[in-house]
Design a protein. Sequence first.
Length: 99
Amino acid sequence: MVSALLPTVEAEVCLCGLSGVRAEEMAEDLDAAKVSDCLHRTGKGLRHMLKDDGPFDVAVIMAGTNDLADDPEPGDLYQNILALHTACHKAISSTSKKK
């Protein structure tokens, strides 16, 4: 992605892609220092990552498709994704005010 933006936009990309993790788990583990996926790879909880590795200007959340295999209640899935969105919004809003 970064190479596609060059030379017009200078960007640094930080990611934490974990396989098979459901939005429900991501919401529960927002502050976790260590989260494991189905391939035994590790990452950080989203809010923990935002604090440790930021500041960030933009966040892209890819969540919810793994949850569909368990036929979740739509409202529950919505609340879990909303929790992820809220964590990003708070972290990015607070850092952008400091600039």
